[in-house]
Design a protein around this ligand. Sequence first.
Ligand SMILES: [Fe+2]
Ligand SMILES: [Fe+2]
Length: 478
Amino acid sequence: MSPKSALLVAPKAQSSSAPASSGHAINLAELLAALSHALDLTEGQPEGHCKRACWIGTHIAMEMGQSGQALSDVYFATLLKDLGCSSNAARICELYLADDISFKRDFKTIDGSLSAALRFVLDKTGLQSGFSERVRAILNILRNGGQIARELIETRCHRGADIAAKMRFSPEVQDGIRWLDEHWDGSGKPEGRAGINIPLPSRIALAAQVADIFHSEGGRKAARAELSARRDTWFDPAVVDAFLAAEARPGFWDTVEGHSLDSSLFGLPPALGSTAIDEDLLDDIAAAFADVIDAKSPFTAGHSRRVTLFTDMIAEEMGLQPSHRQWLRRAALLHDIGKLAVSNQILDKPGKPADDEWKAIRSHPAHSADILRQVAAFRHFAEIAGAHHERLDGKGYPHGLVANQIGIEVRMLTVADVFDALTADRPYRNAMPVEAAFAILDRDVGSAFDGECVAALKRATARLADSTTAEATAQPLR
Ligand SMILES: [Fe+2]
Ligand SMILES: [Fe+2]
């Protein structure tokens, strides 16, 4: 069904009610595996990388005799190893003057030696920049390379561990993500931990990551060769031996390469043992992924959460039922998830984007819909999230929908999104006062925005301002 012909929810909010989730039990492993596609996009990895790494890592762990909770920790640490991936994207662009997504993808395929790393930096840094700018960037990296790499990895891994904590994962899963880039011989980052001071889930997740990347690039032989070559340096020898034993078993690579990966992954003991998700956990997972989205760019910090608040204020004001508001909040939290597929070199560019860059920016709502459509629990609002840049007059994007194709939820989300963009600080201007933001929204009521939604947001913000003033005057003078 094309997005244009898709029936969006009818624009009569008061009569509309929808399930907060898809109505049947949702398995944690299935939900996170589907969302891991967004992490693959940020890392520039081929779709399914996190899932394949999870399959490889879990088999390494089983080969090492892990079971029960310990096996589950490896399963989820490997599946979610890239949770912090968006947090260093802006910094990579700034330091290397490069597209963060292709930079990250290519960096993982070098052989791990210092000379290869150096060659990579010289080859990749500032390819599209002026000569002096490029020289300056390279000199900075050569002088401060160790510190820069440590900082980038620390940000990424700690942020990933924090997000896993928000999803209520165990300290073992959090630490598995936190110490992902440490190496067996102490040459890793950020702390230079060595040997068994690196948690086992981290040791396995790193080996599984490298195995999948080299397998994707060069096949089974390349994966075997790379892990064997880094045995005792990057990797725990016991982990490499377990990998070699696991990959020699019949069906191991066939599953990685074939179409049955999902069902095989969800048939592993940690997935079968993972509990069904309740509505509260679903909220927490949506909020945690909103943090992944907002960490992508310093200019959008807090954007998804604020848009969620404004959308919910409008929805409450317009009388939506609590369960309807609950899933609309999730749509608002995840509306920009497609931005993970767009390079920060484009997203954070000061000034006017070039034509191809503008095309990439305009693709992000369609990416949002594509990602959410793959997640059973979020599929019912994929089209709503994907339509948040549409306008009533058909001049929006990505599909140029017109008023009768734009449901009330999209109209609420659109007003909330623009209101936040106007009232938040931007690199080129300070936050706009609320009155000025409403004047801009009013100007485009009927052409871009729904008048009822704008009026609802005005009433809700006025009420909020009144209660804040009342609260302040009720405080005793000191
Ligand atoms: Fe957007
Ligand atoms: Fe947005």
